[in-house]
Structure formats: C-alpha cells, structure tokens
Design a protein around this ligand. Structure first.
Ligand code: GLA
Length: 384
C-alpha cells in the first residue's frame, strides 16, 4: 500500500486538491498478552503494515470521511450527539472527540484512508487507524501540543468510550512509539519503556493467520478484564495497597481461592504467570538465549488456551503444528479469539514449517492460513 494510491483516491473523491498524509502501523507482541490492563509488562513492536490517511481541513463543521477499502462514505459532525453508525467511522469520530476533550480545536476535514493491516488478525488495525488520526489532528489542529503518550491514550479512550472495548494501552502505544528494528518493553503501570533492538541471528519471526474471526470477541475480552478486576477486589480486602494483578503473587491469589469463582481464579493465575514470563524473556534475550524465549512462548500459548481461554481450535492446531515441526517458540498473539500465531523459527526450518503448516491446516479446515513475515518498523508519522 502506498501514498500515491491513497492520494489518487482522495483527489478523486473530494475537490481535486491534496492535503497532508499520515501513517501509523499495526503491531506484533513477542510476549505479554492480557497483561496491559493488569498493570503488567508487554513486549510489542510496530510492523510494516498499517493505515495511511490523507486529510485536509474543509472549513466546515463536519468530517467527510471515505474508507477506500470498504468503498464507504460517511459524514458526521463533531459534537457528542453526532456519532456515526458505521463502526469504522466511529473510530475517527472517537478520536476527534477525545482530542477535543484534551483541548485541541478540531475543525471539519475531508479524509480518505486505506490500510494493509489484515482486519481481525490480531495485529491491531483499529489502533493503527486511531493513532493515524490522533497524530494527524494533533499536527493539523493542535500545534503538536498533545504528547505521544496522550495520543496513545486518545486511541485507547476511543475504544473504551465509542467502540465498547475496554482494552489496555499496548496496541496504541506500539503504534505511536514503534521504532524500526526494535521491540519495546512497556511497564503498563509506570508507563516506563525501553527499546530492545531485535535481530535474532539465525531466527525469523513469522505470523500464521488462522483467518478465523470471532464475532463476540469484544464482549469476551471485556469479560476477561472483569474477571481480573473481581480477583483484585477480593485480594484488596486483606491487601488494600493492591491496585492491579501485577501487584499480586500466587500466594495472594491462593489465599482468596475460596472467595472467587473457579473461572476468575484461572484467569488471574494466567495473568500473574504471564507478567513474570515477560521479564524472563527479557533476561533470556539479553543473553541471546532464544531457546528460553521460545519455551516461554509455548507456555503463554498453553495459558491462553487452557486458563485464559482465548484460543480456539484453529490456533491450537497451528501451535501443535509448530511444535511438531520443531519451531523454537509459538503462541496465539493479541487478544485471541481468532487471528494469528506468532512463531520464532530457525532459518533452516522456515520453509518446511510454512509448507507443513499450510498443508496440514488446509487438510483439516479446508483453507490455507496466511503467512506474514514480521518486519519491525517505525510508529506514527507524517508522510507528506
Ligand atoms: C488487544 C487489546 C490490548 C491487549 C491485547 C492482549 O489487542 O487491545 O490492549 O490487551 O488484546 O494482550
């Protein structure tokens, strides 16, 4: 996907003039899943797939937005009661509202956008869209006075307040802060972060997209978050200082075992273990110990499948194929309920793994998984 493509559609769709062009990427996450809203650690990086939008103020009090991929056009005003119905337009509307709440005087604009982050693949196409508009509106109407963290929070608040998903900060953070060649470890409690150059010699990261999407993913996601909050509330009774599952140990969890549901217990067990796994992976990476990194990825998959229960038959199958092929690490990536596995594969195994996964998946489910090689790239930016 390139700038010229978006520009040609913008010119065609509007008055023949051009505006400014902005882009933001989707993300991968090496490890640390469902830990962000628990105040834990995540380890994402931006990818070379994302969203591009051309935008030009139109001197009116409404936004005229064209989705190039969906060939859908929507107009909406900038007041709270003007929320559009189309779900893609609600992301743009939400970002406008959240920027206005932060003191940016957003005015009407014309915009066309397109993307190449696969939808529903767990690579955060929605965060890419939010970050693109947050970055753009800050530049066009806000003199860039909103800082980068706040731009990420604008995207997250858009999900919470206009799209019904109580997500954490990881996706929007990775999209805004991405840096070519580096993964970023973020402490979601303190918001401290550190770039880790990631170039594992002899290995590749590859995503296998199950091409499965689950309709109820957002309500199931919110339910997981609720379980975590239930457990925190139970632990807080004896440990008032506790704010997140990040602050809890397995001992603290076990002490409230009888008070919480079996389901909530399993969810919390997964989160407490997963937060520790991110730290273990960072240590292993510093030593160049990719075997341990890979082993932790399999442990995450197991936890996401059996304790957090956000995997599905297709993703478990792809994980088993990876294991059978001797792939170093593999797990479901992102929120789950469909989407991709992320795989850490030795170079010499790569071809066999991809061929075997494609064949066996097709035999079992009647279609092929999609394959995306991971290229770790830059975050939100203005292209021209
Ligand atoms: C989704 C959410 C993120 C994060 C992941 C799971 O991508 O948007 O905030 O919780 O799921 O790690």
């Amino acid at each position: 996907m390139d700038i010229e493509f978006v520009r040609s559609r913008f010119i065609k769709h509007f008055d023949g003039t051009t505006g400014s062009v902005y882009a933001s990427p989707g993300r991968i996450n090496l490890i640390g899943e469902h830990t962000d809203y628990n105040g834990g650690f995540v380890f994402p990086g931006a990818v070379d797939k994302g969203m591009i939008a051309e935008i030009k103020p139109n001197g009116k009090d409404k936004v005229c937005a064209y989705s190039i991929d969906l060939k859908d056009y929507v107009e909406f005003g900038l007041n709270e009661e003007d929320a559009p119905k189309a779900s893609w337009a609600r992301y743009i509307f939400g970002v406008c509202r959240e920027m206005i709440k932060r003191g940016v005087e957003v005015k009407g604009f014309n915009t066309a956008f397109a993307g190449d982050v696969p939808l529903g693949a767990g690579m955060s196409s929605s965060a890419a869209l939010e970050s693109t508009y947050a970055f753009a509106l800050n530049d066009l109407f806000g003199d860039n006075k909103v800082d980068k963290f706040e731009l990420a929070k604008v995207g997250q608040a858009t999900e919470h307040n206009y799209c019904g998903v109580k997500c954490g900060i990881m996706d929007q953070f990775a999209s805004v802060f991405g840096k070519a060649g580096s993964l970023i470890r973020l402490d979601c409690r303190s918001l401290e972060y550190q770039y880790f150059p990631f170039n594992p010699e002899g290995y590749r990261l590859v995503l296998l997209d199950s091409v499965v999407k689950h309709e109820l993913a957002s309500s199931a996601y919110n339910k997981r978050r609720q379980s975590c909050e239930n457990v925190v509330a139970a632990i807080k009774k004896t440990h008032p200082e506790v704010e997140f599952l990040r602050d809890c140990s397995m001992e603290m969890l076990n002490a409230v075992k009888a008070e919480v549901s079996e389901e909530d217990y399993k969810r919390a067990e997964y989160v407490i273990e997963e937060i520790q796994r991110v730290l273990d992976v960072c240590d292993a990476l510093e030593k160049g110990d990719y075997e341990t990194v890979g082993q932790k990825m399999y442990e995450t998959h197991h936890g996401m499948s059996k304790l957090y229960e956000v995997s599905c038959e297709e993703l478990d199958f792809l994980n088993d194929v990876a294991f059978d092929c001797g792939v170093t690490g593999s797990r479901v990536m992102g929120g789950g309920f469909g989407g991709c596995t992320i795989n850490l594969v030795k170079n010499e195994l790569y071809e066999t793994f991809i061929t075997t996964a494609k064949e066996r998946y097709k035999e079992k489910f009647g279609r092929s998984p999609k394959v995306y090689d991971v290229v770790i790239s830059d975050g939100s930016r203005k292209l021209c």
